[in-house]
Design a protein around this ligand. Structure first.
Ligand SMILES: [Mn+2]
Length: 376
């Protein structure tokens, strides 16, 4: 079931990392000296943070000193160049996918670290290019790479590293709820907003994102979701955070409503296409979810139709692509804007713009030239 990429043949039926065995069966190898663990994970969402919390619990269970770097696409150079100073460290990377360009940055730093006695474990669920897979597997010291698209990264981390840990199991299920946008667990929805707040605040103040997220991450690693969230009162244990989330939701709703009122609609090949600007401080997922729900589409007492294809555009010119009907292929639409993703949600790039309406006309024109994004 698990799509396993590993240099060494793995014993049938074993899911976990046979890390200890490797240590005892190969005396005098560099692995004997491993005393610390560096977790590198995605800073953007609950999946990345839950993954790192699971890795932290693993480190604790092996009495390895834990250190963390949370990062995002575009900041790999910094993270992977600092990795090259590590010695005798188990480097566990989660929730970060690689393609040809990004893997080169990773490979350089990691090769250096490996020469200094480090080992690499990489657990992910994104699309990798075959060349990126190859270059990670060609690293020294028997790297482990596991990629599975059917799970979120925290679920993979839980299954591989801590399969018998109840707290990790719960963290994985919370990450699954948000990563697959199921919205069935209150704690998961709240945690998603808490992560967004910490990120937006630290970016606005030009502060370090890892540092901003560390208190949350630490509580999750120590006590699981119960450490941050009281499920009987449906509130965060930290009162300040609880107020911030409440305030954030109110403000976000206002901004999303305002953004909706400025929408641009056009019928293309018989499908209703809607473009909306993403307000600052609102995530693509949040506005995408909001605008594909008919209940939210009232403006000035009128009910708008749910668009078949919804495109949200950020100030930086990034596109979020969602659908309101199954007759649309979001990934195919994204391809027209040098992006990709899933049939139900995808992302692309338009580029910087000044005039929203002109940008909309441009997007409509691109979509009118192709019918690939419509199910025949
Ligand atoms: Mn993820």
């Amino acid at each position: 079931m698990f799509f396993l990429v590993q240099q060494r043949k793995k014993k049938k039926g074993s899911f976990g990392l046979k890390y200890e065995c490797a240590m005892t069966s190969e005396p005098k190898s560099t692995k004997d000296r491993i005393a610390s663990l560096l977790s590198i994970s995605h800073d953007k969402d609950v999946d990345g943070i839950a993954s790192s919390a699971i890795v932290w619990r693993y480190a604790k269970s092996k009495t390895l000193e834990y250190d963390v770097e949370l990062t995002d696409y575009g900041s790999f150079e910094q993270v992977f160049s600092s990795v090259s100073s590590r010695r005798n460290t188990l480097i566990v990377i989660t929730d970060l996918g690689m393609d040809e360009t990004t893997v080169e940055l990773a490979q350089t730093g990691l090769s250096r670290a490996i020469q200094q006695g480090c080992r690499v474990v990489w657990l992910d669920h994104h699309q990798w290019s075959p060349r990126a897979v190859k270059s990670i597997l060609s690293l020294g010291n028997k790297p482990i790479l596991r990629i599975n698209h059917n799970y979120c990264a925290a679920e993979i981390a839980y299954k591989v590293l801590m399969p018998r840990d109840k707290i990790c199991e719960e963290l994985a299920s919370i990450a699954h709820d948000t990563d697959f946008n199921l919205r069935q667990i209150d704690a998961a929805i709240a945690l998603t907003d808490a992560v967004s707040i910490s990120r937006f605040n630290s970016i606005a103040r030009k502060e370090d994102v890892t540092e901003a997220l560390l208190p949350l991450l630490k509580s999750l690693a120590e006590d699981g979701i119960a450490g941050v969230w009281n499920d009987s009162t449906k509130r965060f244990r930290n009162e300040l955070l609880d107020r911030q989330v409440h305030q954030y939701r109110k403000e976000r709703l206002k901004r999303m409503r305002k953004a909706l009122s400025g929408h641009c609609d056009q019928r293309i090949h018989g499908k209703l296409v809607r473009v909306v600007e993403i307000p600052s401080g609102v995530t693509t997922t949040d506005i995408g979810t909001y605008l594909t729900d008919a209940e939210n589409l009232q403006i000035q007492g009128q009910n708008l139709e749910v668009a078949d294809l919804l495109i949200t555009i950020s100030q930086g010119g990034l596109l979020g692509i969602r659908r309101g009907s199954n007759s649309i292929l979001c990934d195919a639409a994204a391809k027209l804007f040098s992006g990709g993703g899933h049939v139900y949600a995808a992302g692309g790039e338009y580029g910087l713009y000044d005039d929203f309406e002109a940008a909309c006309d441009d997007i409509f024109l691109m979509l009118s030239k192709s019918q690939d994004w419509i199910v025949n």
